[in-house]
Write a protein that binds this ligand. Sequence first.
Ligand code: FBP
Length: 361
Amino acid sequence: MFYQRPTLSKFLIEHLRGAPSEQDLSALLVDVAAAVKTIAAVVAKGQLHFRGEAAPDRATVNVHGEVQKPLDVLTNEIVLRHCEWGGLVAGMVSEELDEPYPIPADHRRGRYLLVFDPLDGSSNIDVNVSVGSIFSVLRHDTEAPPGPRDYLQPGHRQIAAGYAIYGPTTMLVLTVGNGTHGFTLDREIGNFILTHPDLRIPSETSEFAINTSNERFWEPPVQRYVGECKEGRSGIRERDFNMRWIASMVAEVHRILMRGGVFMYPRDTKDPKKPGRLRLLYEANPMALLVEQAGGRGSTGRGPLLDVQPESIHQRIPVVLGSHEEVERIERYHREFEDGTDRPFVSPLFNERSLFRPEAL
Ligand SMILES: O=P(O)(O)OC[C@H]1O[C@](O)(COP(=O)(O)O)[C@@H](O)[C@@H]1O
């Protein structure tokens, strides 16, 4: 019976019972879940929410120079308002804000830092494709208000991470360090119900996700991996692969958690100063923790994502996530490329081994 399945609150109480120092974490995650329910309602209304006001008239530009849609701004406000009041967080970093958000002086400060992307994949909103919110929780164990440097903690120091996906159903997928668990929003009773306990990613896969329009800018190890997948059963992988690209990282990672696969947003050699598109603190790290807690692997292509020491709050990073053996293979291809022992892959695009070796940059 559905009522025998735990709600999110019951799950958190049970899973954090042995960690008295983290009792506030349950309360914070319940606040995050309340923000997610509000965002789910707003996203589901779409343009109805704006009573016919044309989105482009109200679009602004965020810290990254990207167009902020009204929903980006609104969902950012929703997370801030739900999480600032409870005395649980010491500060917040959002994709939509240039600087960390300080807790207002009339609110108590807590011991956690919340970093989040309130509406990932928001360019998909106009075409009614799944979008999501991503968040990560770090510790802040001092009384002093946090400065930007306090947020620069490697991903393995996250004490909780998760995402919400606003699709045909709204789901919250969460880890507090003991597995990755999926909850489905039951709109009739207003609760998240544990529907996908202990998700496990198959270690091998025959599905990959990458934006192939950037193929000419990928580094050779990525060209080699994808090239070999595309060769199918007549190539060295001896099996056919399938490709998916939704352009919504949350939806992509959700698919991988459900049935395996690899997601890549690799380094782009057209601009060596821009190491990838996705943000380390509030996109790559939480997703890497969720994937690793489900038995997968999160990598930059060259090593574990969760070991990267962040240098700035909005830092970008190359991302390779998913089935363990496939991610390890991609890391091996990077090593072999760097020590010159890689198998030449002749790209049908260029009909030569590669245009991009680091020394050419
Ligand atoms: O448009 P591209 O290059 O395919 O990029 C898609 C990627 O950008 C993202 O949408 C992130 O971009 P936003 O931060 O603008 O939402 C990811 O969710 C997705 O994987």
